[in-house]
Design a protein around this ligand. Structure first.
Ligand SMILES: Cc1cc2nc3c(=O)[nH]c(=O)nc-3n(C[C@H](O)[C@H](O)[C@H](O)COP(=O)(O)O)c2cc1C
Length: 169
């Protein structure tokens, strides 16, 4: 799939078939994640690949918008170690860029995926920290649920020319 086609047709997919996602697909997706831009090229990210449904069910129980997780084939926790940063405080932007790359790579491979928000909802972080044994310097940004799509969604068409300014506001 051409990169522009992938960007313009990506949607959040929350229904999945029971067909597995392979380890090879997950590795390709993580290659895309780690190819993302990052502040000072620090790449402070770490990724936790989750296939255990007990874990996904537990996140779904505590997170108000993660109802798709029990049906996901795999999910990826995107987090960053603040000790790896060159410019402190930029890790959310670095992890957001990596998360978008994960979504686009999954879509390009014919998978469906959705971004589940964690940061900066402070009520969601302690359980995630405990569930995944995260060290104190490691901060979770998002969890991406994925599987083979069991729903079809049209391209979004969100282009708004009136939001574009030239030279000044
Ligand atoms: C920071 C962020 C947090 C999000 N959190 C959730 C979430 O917790 N659960 C969910 O189902 N979707 C979540 N989404 C997905 C959005 O709901 C979705 O991207 C938006 O509705 C646009 O739809 P689309 O992705 O199909 O284009 C999140 C997206 C972003 C960027």
């Amino acid at each position: 799939m051409d990169v522009l086609e992938a960007i313009l047709s990506r949607r959040s997919i929350r229904k999945y078939t029971t067909e597995p996602v392979t380890d090879e697909e997950v590795e390709l997706i993580l290659q895309a994640a780690m190819a993302a831009p990052s502040s000072g090229n620090a790449r402070p990210w770490h990724f936790i690949v989750i296939r255990d449904h007990n874990t996904m069910d537990e996140v779904a129980r505590m997170h108000p918008y993660a109802g798709m997780l029990p049906n996901a084939q795999v999910s990826i926790l995107v987090c960053a170690d603040e000790k790896l940063e060159n410019h402190p405080g930029r890790w959310p932007q670095d992890c957001a860029a990596a998360t978008e790359n994960i979504l686009l790579a999954a879509h390009g491979l014919g998978l469906g995926a959705v971004w589940i928000g964690l940061h900066p909802e402070i009520d969601r972080i302690p359980l995630i920290r405990k569930l995944f044994d995260l060290p104190l310097t490691v901060h979770p940004l998002s969890l991406v649920a994925m599987g083979r799509p069991n729903e079809k969604k049209l391209p979004p068409h969100r282009f708004k020319p009136e939001r574009i300014h030239y030279e000044k506001w």
